[in-house]
Design a binder for this molecule. Structure first.
Ligand SMILES: [Zn+2]
Length: 138
């Protein structure tokens, strides 16, 4: 897994994006490859996952790489104080891959707050393309 450009990095200061009193809310950014808007529904993520990697089919190796990238151990917390969750999100148009990371915190009983902590563009050219950083204008 090659981590390309970070669009958002973990911080204590990120706004709390959504809590259970919000009806419906999405987190959006523009794809760095094709500028398409990528939208992630936060409402459907307001549940404690039993796995920090609930979606995206990460291999053991990738899980390790993600923890190393974010300098996390098995039980590290998100900067918001909650658990950190990682997901693979694909651009709907060009299929670029993004590693989407968010913290889920429970400041009081069954009151969940989600904070988007990280968005990193994943370079899919795993093999042999590392010298080809700039895209040729076809
Ligand atoms: Zn795209």
């Amino acid at each position: 897994m090659r981590f390309n450009k970070a669009i958002r990095s973990p911080s204590w200061y990120h706004e709390k994006e959504i809590d259970i009193t919000d009806e419906d809310k999405s987190f959006e950014w523009n794809c760095i490859e094709c500028k398409e808007k990528i939208s992630v529904s936060l409402k459907e993520r307001l549940t404690f996952p039993c796995d920090p990697f609930p979606k995206g089919d990460f291999s053991e190796e990738e899980r390790k790489e993600i923890r190393e990238y974010y300098v996390m151990g098995e039980h590290s917390r998100s900067p918001c104080g909650g658990g950190m969750v990682f997901e693979n999100i694909g651009c709907p148009l060009c299929k670029s891959n993004y590693l989407f990371a968010y913290g889920l915190n429970e400041p009081s009983n069954s009151y969940l707050v989600l904070t988007v902590q990280g968005i990193v563009h994943i370079d899919q050219a795993e093999q042999g393309a590392s010298h080809n950083a700039g895209k040729p204008a076809s």
